[in-house]
Ligand binder design. Structure first.
Ligand code: RUG
Length: 820
């Protein structure tokens, strides 16, 4: 038996005998085994990179085997499976998470240390798989982790972008984007399955004919692209299961090149190859915004068509029929990006598996469900009809038929109400509307926080909800707290384990055991000491990256999220300048020292967002170099915000900035990550902040600003931003246009006051400014009383358990997917 078989069989045997094979693993033996196989060396003479790869491969093989055993068990028991379709999975790093979930972290740390390697240095080699923009993609990854931890059979489907979310650098105060070649090291987590490649057809036209009295339809004259699946294995905490994230990569079919090659047209053949492969080249970096690009539509169809074909193939192999699909398979559409699932599932059932329309529609509707993540109209996807028909002619003809039948139905429900019918249509005004496609078909539709779901029910989806209210429900988002608390804040986690026991590692609600300690001075002091250590770690990173010294005893006030006007980073930085002016006017006054920390990427073409980043950077230069304010105020913009950076920033936060205009942030998940790490929220009643407030009560959150209905009322009355400008605020705006910041920000001020191109101050920054400043004064006052602040922090940790992704996934499993 060769060594490769030997090691594989060892893992396999363990997997079959014991649900948790990793418990019997000998780390040194396993690593040496893998090193010998892959690099022909052992730990004693391996380089750090070789050890990194060998460790990842060992973990991957362990998970592959777990996945096989788990998959077989699910097949034997005929368990219903869920497929989570998402254009984004913001995985972050994998190595530490997998070792932690497998319970192998300590053993490998020791084995590596014995061989002279520091596991933290090995972790630092592991790249962030940045296959997503922000909250939506990170949520998908949190749900994969949680589902696996709870032994649910769940497969994620997405795209193997060669370049993930761009790397951000600030050059002369302006955001620049650089490619993120994550596969250079990250490929170690992926396993290609070339043999399972699937053909996906673009372009051509629809041909219809009669075949023995049967009406047949097919797409002809199309171009083919092959979608090759790459598996990334997902571990779950202390679990028997391992699931798969399947990432599709686009390739030209082999046969295609041959004709050109034989004519000697080598260059053209390679060009075509490159064109096909462009489909999976790069992640679109726009968040909460659509771009309507042809390539993006092709990416979406590649994902949907390849995934559905592979789901149907697997299902048929198991059950020899498709009629029981809804009983055995749940397919979830994460935002409208994979909404093509609706017509594509219809196409496959009708064209390729001979179903009639009505039966195909019944199966499709009962199999698909959809989560909406935004109410922003610019993010609700719509495709130009010509572009859509040109690329996906058969799918378009199915959409037309869905629309025809829908309108027939709506005419009966809302007779002669053409405004409503037009609003609800799948195709109207020369556009295909993806949200309406989901609403027309999916058996369940959910929002991601209570407030957001209310807005869906009573606002943008009201007309659909009136007809079938039972289809609409809420599942408030959740986070994989074992990554966001246990792994990123080991100091706090170890302390909590000693104080309240380790139950919270299994069940986040057990964090409530902390509540009885809220008046215990020793515990409060310990918690603050841990926070201080985490702040020191972040301060060191800031000094290293930005060359700025910040004081760990100052309030660390943190806003980390995508840069978007509705999230109102502008409100935050205007207030920072307002404080700056106050300190300048009274340099010996009694100011609580504060450090404002920002990190955010702006979509590459979103100029206003980039201007806001420039303003933050300019303000930080002015303030950090002014000796008058230096021990009282600092501003930091950290470049290249990503999962692994968030893991260092979040444990160090005192204050969590969640200050979007009420009614616009669907949920937010950063708010939950910061809360569970003991940060206290300053926020509006928006998204899941409403539920954070419900958990902690008025005493343990700093609320400010208009509520969602007040925002609406002000729009109705007529909003005139200039009415909200006090002399102090005017002086701040003057700083932006005077050049004192090293450059002028006339555009930004114009966007707030007059906005020649649209509504002035569309996110009501000025209307909420005074109350925000008041809430910030409250923060400073409370922070003076260290114990009181520590108590607030403790209560936030204790009450954060409800925001675990375990809870959220269980709700999906019970109420949407009907998993056993
Ligand atoms: O903006 C939303 C967040 O509020 C939410 O927490 C997150 C996960 O549900 O999704 C974000 N989102 C929405 N990202 N993209 C979109 C629209 O495509």
């Amino acid at each position: 038996m060769n060594k490769k078989q030997n090691s594989k069989q060892k893992i396999q045997k363990l997997a079959e005998n014991d649900a948790r094979p990793e418990r019997a693993i000998q780390p040194t033996e396993l690593l040496n085994d893998t090193l010998r196989r892959i690099f022909g060396c052992e730990l004693a003479d391996a380089t750090q990179k070789q050890v990194y790869r060998a460790l990842c491969i060992s973990v991957r093989e362990l998970l592959t085997e777990k996945n096989r055993v788990f998959g077989n068990r699910c097949t034997e028991k005929e368990r219903k499976e869920v497929y989570y379709m998402s254009m984004e999975f913001l995985v972050g790093t994998s190595l530490r998470n997998n070792l932690f979930n497998l319970g192998l972290e300590a053993e490998f740390r020791k084995a590596l240390a014995d061989a002279g390697f520091d596991i933290d240095e090995i972790y630092a080699i592991d790249p962030d798989a940045g296959l997503g923009n922000g909250g939506l993609g990170r949520l998908a990854s949190c749900y994969m982790d949680a589902a696996t931890g709870m032994d649910y059979p769940m497969t994620g489907f997405s795209i193997r972008y060669e370049f993930g979310i761009f790397k951000q650098k600030i050059v002369d105060g302006w955001q620049m984007e650089f490619p993120d070649n994550w596969l250079e090291m990250g490929d170690v987590w992926l396993q290609a399955r070339e043999d399972d490649a699937v053909e996906v057809k673009f372009g051509g036209e629809v041909r219809e004919w009669m075949d023995n009295d049967r009406f047949k339809v097919a797409q002809v004259g199309y171009s083919s692209v092959m979608a090759v699946p790459y598996d990334m294995y997902i571990s779950g905490y202390d679990s028997d299961a391992a699931n798969r994230l399947v990432l599709w990569s686009a390739k030209l079919p082999q046969s295609f090149d041959m004709a050109a090659f034989s004519r000697g047209d080598y260059v053209r053949a390679l060009e075509r190859n490159a064109m096909a492969e462009t489909i999976s080249k790069v992640l679109y970096p726009a968040d909460d915004h659509i771009q309507g690009k042809r390539l993006r539509l092709k990416q979406q169809y590649l994902l949907v068509s390849a995934s559905l074909q592979s789901i149907l193939k697997k299902h048929y192999k198991k059950y020899r029929t498709y009629t029981n699909l809804p009983e055995k398979v749940a397919i979830h559409i994460n935002d409208t990006h994979p909404a093509l699932c609706v017509p594509e599932l219809m196409r496959l059932l009708i064209d390729e598996h001979d179903f009639g329309w009505d039966e195909a529609w019944d199966i499709t509707c009962r199999t698909l469900s959809y989560t909406n993540h935004t109410v922003m109209s610019e993010a609700l996807e719509r495709w130009n009809v010509d572009l859509f028909r040109e690329q996906l002619p058969r799918v378009y003809s199915i959409c037309q038929e869905i629309n025809r039948r829908l309108i027939e139905h709506l005419c009966a429900v809302y007779p002669n109400d053409w405004g409503k019918i037009n609003y609800m249509a799948v195709i109207a005004n020369n556009e295909v509307r993806m949200a309406n496609l989901c609403l027309a078909a999916c058996h369940k539709v959910n929002g991601v926080s209570k407030l957001h779901t209310d807005i869906l029910r009573n606002g943008i989806f009201r007309d659909y909800c009136q007809i079938t209210p039972e289809r609409f429900l809420n599942v408030t988002n959740g986070i994989a707290y074992r990554r966001w608390l246990c792994q990123s804040d080991p100091l706090l986690t170890d302390y909590l384990k000693q104080l309240i026991g380790g139950d919270f590692l299994r069940d986040a609600r057990a964090l409530e055991k902390l509540l009885p300690y809220q008046n215990d001075e020793k515990v409060l002091a310990d918690l603050m000491a841990i926070k201080r250590k985490n702040k020191e770690r972040l301060a060191a990173l800031i000094e290293n990256q930005n060359g700025v010294r910040v004081d760990p005893d100052s309030i660390f006030d943190i806003q980390i999220k995508r840069l978007h006007e509705y999230k109102r980073q502008l409100l935050n930085i205007l207030h920072v300048l307002y404080l700056y002016r106050q300190i300048k006017a009274n340099p010996h006054g009694d100011f609580m020292p504060r450090t404002f920390i920002f990190a955010a990427k702006a979509s590459a073409g979103y100029i206003r967002a980039k201007q806001i980043i420039s303003l933050i950077v300019a303000a930080s230069k002015l303030i950090n170099n002014d000796p008058d304010v230096n021990d009282k105020l600092k501003v930091v913009f950290l470049e290249d915000y990503k999962v692994s950076l968030a893991e260092i920033i979040i444990p160090a936060a005192d204050i969590s900035e969640q200050i979007s205009i009420a009614g616009k942030e669907a949920s937010g998940t950063g708010n939950m990550k910061l809360m569970i790490n003991g940060a206290v929220t300053i926020g509006t009643l928006d998204g899941a902040n409403v539920e954070i407030h419900e958990q902690v009560g008025d005493e343990n959150i700093f609320l400010f600003g208009m509520k969602a209905h007040e925002v609406e009322e002000l729009w109705q009355r007529g909003y005139h931003p200039t009415e909200f400008i006090t002399p102090e605020l005017q002086a701040v705006l003057d700083m932006l246009t005077s050049g004192v910041l090293g450059q002028r920000f006339d555009d930004l001020v114009d966007s707030l006051l007059t906005n020649r191109f649209g509504t002035a101050d569309p996110y009501m920054t000025l209307a909420d400014f005074q109350d925000y400043a008041r809430a910030q004064r409250d923060v400073a006052a409370v922070y003076q009383d260290k114990q009181r602040f520590a108590r607030m922090s403790l209560i936030n940790i204790a009450k954060a358990g409800i925001f675990s992704s375990d809870r959220a996934v269980k709700e999906y499993a019970d109420e949407i997917w009907n998993l056993d």
